[in-house]
Design a protein around this ligand. Structure first.
Ligand code: NAI
Length: 241
């Protein structure tokens, strides 16, 4: 029971919460990461426990390399090599390029792109030794086509796409798949202030997506059935090209 453990970063809310819930229903033991939103993480914990699932909470800042190394080495000592890692946590700080501050650039790159290294570097070798596993990163349509007002965010997500593809090549011989999900606009706190009246006409399906629609793909990519899918970027975006 719950032999396969999956770490989901940023699981307290939004897309991460939906992934944690659906992965729990699929039978994975959930290691639910949060940074500041302990109350939301506790609510998730109660919901998963009430459904008969297995969950443990873990707190750290993905932009803090030393803290990630310390907490994740400990996680591996406690649980052994993980089955899956879903690198979901991320931030945006949107502004047109001339108005982007040093802080807007640095915080988004440190969190989103350095976060890839900080979270995965301590976890990959134990997984490679075990010769099995799934790594999923959450990028964005913004990292593929580039979005106005998101030069920092697009750079971080494009970086995640390149890093994920390269890591997929390195880990392929160990039967570890690495895939990237690129959501379009999904209804979460992050997109709450997005100017939907300007965005909706560019979405062929004419609506924004739900976190569960991203989670469904993540849980499929975690599964045994997805064993021959690696180095891919898969969009969940209502038809944006
Ligand atoms: P959200 O703002 O609801 O959730 C983001 C999560 O990341 C939160 O749980 C937050 O605590 C965590 N987080 C942020 N900074 C952190 C840090 N330094 N250390 C640890 N945790 C941190 O946003 P949402 O929409 O659920 O985003 C999840 C992922 O999906 C992000 O990577 C985001 O860039 C991506 N995404 C979201 C889209 C959307 O329209 N909502 C579209 C495309 C990608």
């Amino acid at each position: 029971m719950f032999e396969k453990k999956v770490l989901v970063t940023g699981a307290g809310r939004g897309i991460g919460r939906a992934i944690a819930l659906l992965a729990s229903r699929a039978g994975y033991g959930i290691l639910a990461h949060y940074n500041k939103s302990e109350d939301a993480a506790r609510t998730l914990e109660a919901e998963i426990h009430s459904g008969g699932g297995d969950i443990e909470l873990i707190q750290f800042n993905i932009a803090d390399r030393a803290e990630c190394t310390q907490k994740l080495d400990r996680l591996t000592e406690d649980h052994g090599a993980l089955w899956g890692v879903v690198c979901n946590a991320g931030i945006n700080a949107d502004n047109t390029f001339p108005a982007l501050s040093d802080e807007d650039w640095d915080s988004v790159l440190h969190t989103n792109l350095d976060g890839f290294f900080n979270v995965l570097h301590p976890l990959v070798m134990p997984m490679a030794r075990k010769k099995r596993g799934r790594i999923i990163t959450i990028a964005s349509v913004s990292g593929i086509i580039g979005n106005r007002g998101q030069v920092n965010y697009s750079a971080s997500k494009a970086g995640i796409i390149g890093a994920s593809k390269a890591l997929a090549v390195e880990l392929a011989s160990r039967s570890i798949t690495v895939n990237c999900i690129a959501p379009g606009i999904i209804e979460t706190d992050m997109s709450a202030s997005a100017p939907l009246e300007h965005i909706l006409p560019s979405i062929p399906m004419g609506r924004i997506g739900q976190p569960e629609e991203v989670a469904a793909l993540a849980v499929f990519l975690l599964s045994d059935q997805a064993s021959y899918i690696t180095r891919q970027v898969i969009s969940v975006n209502g038809g944006i090209v």
